[in-house]
Design a protein around this ligand. Structure first.
Ligand SMILES: Cc1ncc(COP(=O)(O)O)c(C=O)c1O
Length: 409
């Protein structure tokens, strides 16, 4: 019998990593308070309003607008920027589909570009090459919690007169050169879906320093209403994207835990950053020195199969999971998704995009391919583990390497 758990051996880790989401009496009391107040609806409520203010202040932003989820946050942000049919928005090929589908929702064309080979965040050089007279905005995704190159992207946005949107769904509390991400660009979006660094099961947030964008985003998220006006007066296009009081109350408590959890994740990540490069073929996501705080929604590392007897990433992950180390899937490249390959995305587009060729869909995207198919992701709760647990993570990779030949057979 092999020593590898996947082939019938003993797993290295037999106890679970920390449970997620984390909650205690604070969440329970907050929910009870909403229950007993009988104010469950955001409009007259106090919880979601207070959460918007607290989350914005924490991220050094002037304004926050809470919405139903991170996809909605992108849709509302793009609508507030008045992006629509005929416009182009530059988006990384390596991200969750929502970054691009929100652009399609507005009728604009998401123009996909490659990421950098080491941070896996949108590559500013590729962004510049993709700018056309129709480009209105760039969406930077802080991948896995690592801030995108906000210096270069801001400079480009400024030089070409474009909006910079930060999709910060992975990066609550992350920092770029000592400043919290989210409102370094014109507008930023967050998700509070259950795998995220703070959660109410679902939820989202928009941050901005612009009073004008805040006013528009708030109106779009509330059926086109304007603050102070009659309830049944609707001034611009809008929909109902309001977050409930239950979620606002839970998220206020979750925010209070973020710094303490972030410190544990950062400490564990520093340990893995030291230990993993000692294993041939393992390269952690690069930490740009300007990224003074990484969110660590996931700890991402690249596996060079040549150092593992040529086995696939899928096989590596199966062996890793069998040793008791959970992982979460990397994203497939957007350009390989059916919605793009089949042409279905065209149904959302205005002219001239609906009938035009989109040559970017035939690009090579070599760095996205690498990030999509050759990386392994340790989920955020794993990063809340103890140092002993991090040692087991390292040991599991060494074990796979030692017995890689058996995995190939
Ligand atoms: C990068 C990114 N953008 C947007 C979203 C959308 O967030 P949600 O699932 O809350 O709609 C997610 C997460 O799910 C994400 O990972």
């Amino acid at each position: 019998m092999s020593k590898l758990a996947l082939l019938g051996g003993e797993p290295l880790k037999k106890t679970p990593f920390p449970a997620w989401p984390v909650y205690d009496e604070h969440e329970r009391q907050a929910l009870n308070q909403v229950l007993e107040s009988r104010v469950w609806w955001r409009t007259p409520g106090t919880q979601t309003l207070a959460f918007e203010q607290e989350f914005a202040a924490y991220h050094q932003a002037k304004f926050g607008v809470a919405v139903t989820n991170g996809t909605a946050a992108l849709e509302v942000a793009l609508s507030a920027l008045e992006i629509g049919p005929g416009d182009e928005v530059i988006v990384p090929d390596f991200t969750f589909v929502a970054t691009a589908s929100a652009v399609l929702f507005t009728g604009a064309l998401p123009v996909l570009v490659d990421v950098t080979p080491d941070t896996f965040c949108i590559d500013p050089a590729q962004v510049e090459a993709a700018i056309t007279p129709r480009t209105k905005a760039i969406i930077a995704v802080h991948m896995g919690g690592h801030p995108a190159d906000l210096d270069a992207l801001r400079e480009l946005a400024h030089r070409y007169g474009l909006y910079l949107i930060e999709d910060s769904s992975h990066a609550h509390g992350a920092e770029w050169k000592g400043h919290k991400i989210g409102a370094i660009g014109d507008i930023g979006t967050f998700s509070f879906q259950s795998s995220k660094l703070m959660t109410a099961g679902e939820g989202g947030m928009i941050l901005t320093n612009s009073p004008e964008l805040e006013r528009k985003a708030r109106s779009v998220h509330d059926c086109g209403r304007m603050p102070g006006e009659w309830f049944y007066a609707h001034f611009i296009y809008g929909s109902n994207y309001r977050l409930s009081e239950w979620q606002g109350a839970v998220l206020r408590q979750q925010l209070k835990r973020l710094d303490e959890q972030a410190a544990v994740r950062s400490r564990n990540a520093a340990f893995l950053d030291r230990e993993l490069p000692k294993i041939e073929g393992i390269t952690p996501q690069k930490l740009d020195p300007r990224a003074t705080r990484h969110g660590y929604y996931a700890y991402i590392f690249h596996v060079d199969r040549r150092a593992f007897a040529g086995i696939s990433t899928e096989r590596f992950i199966a062996a890793f999971n069998a040793e008791g180390i959970p992982t979460q899937a990397s994203y497939p490249p957007l350009h390989e998704l059916d919605v793009f390959k089949s042409g279905a995305y065209r149904k959302r587009l205005g002219e001239p995009h609906a009938r035009a060729e989109h040559p970017f869909l035939r690009s090579g995207f070599p760095n996205t391919l690498k990030a999509a198919w050759e990386t392994v992701w340790l989920p955020n709760p794993v990063m809340l583990g103890s140092e002993e647990e991090m040692e087991i993570v390292v040991e599991a990779i060494r074990k796979i390497q030692r017995f890689a030949e058996e995995l190939r057979q």
